[in-house]
Design a protein around this ligand. Structure first.
Ligand code: RTP
Ligand code: MG
Length: 142
């Protein structure tokens, strides 16, 4: 299985619950390394740009407003099968359908405020990582 990188976001609702460390522990226990990380607070242009692929969806405005509602943590996770592993650790998009022990089951309130984001393919991972990080700020440790 190939070593991959994926873009992870701890969304405003989870940052507000003071569980950044708890969520990082879950990544680390699954064998993923945090190879870049930053706290930021998105403006409208950034939030709309990050989720541009969803622009025509009915939930787009709610999603953008939510992502602007407070600080977020953005991080690059690296490891074998990192994209799939991260999405497994997050659980289903709708927390009502997320398996016990997943981030969304444990910390998400609703499909709109759902605690975490993870890239869904190698192509989107590359685009999303570049959205937040220069390659100089990503530090693989083998
Ligand atoms: P994410 O991109 O945030 O990791 O989530 P995802 O892949 O599991 O879900 P995606 O389809 O990419 O949707 C992005 C975010 O939009 C919100 N959403 N709301 N009300 C709805 O039907 C609906 N569907 C999606 C969610 O907050 C989702 O995380
Ligand atoms: Mg998605």
């Amino acid at each position: 299985m190939a070593v991959e990188r994926t873009l992870s976001i701890i969304k405003p609702d989870a940052v507000a619950q003071n569980v950044i460390g708890e969520i990082y522990s879950r990544f680390e226990r699954a064998g993923l390394q945090v190879v870049a990380a930053r706290m930021t607070h998105l403006g409208r242009e950034q939030a709309e740009g990050f989720y541009a692929v969803h622009r025509e969806r009915p939930f787009f405005n709610a999603l953008v407003e939510f992502m602007m509602s407070g600080p977020i943590m953005v991080q690059v996770l690296e490891g074998e099968d990192a994209i799939r592993k991260n999405r497994e650790i997050m659980g289903a998009t709708n927390p009502a359908e997320a398996e016990a022990g997943t981030i969304r089951h444990d910390y998400a309130e609703s499909i709109d405020a759902n605690a975490a984001h993870g890239s869904d393919s190698p192509e989107t991972a590359a685009t999303e990582i570049a959205f937040f990080f220069d390659s100089n700020d990503i530090h693989s440790r083998g």
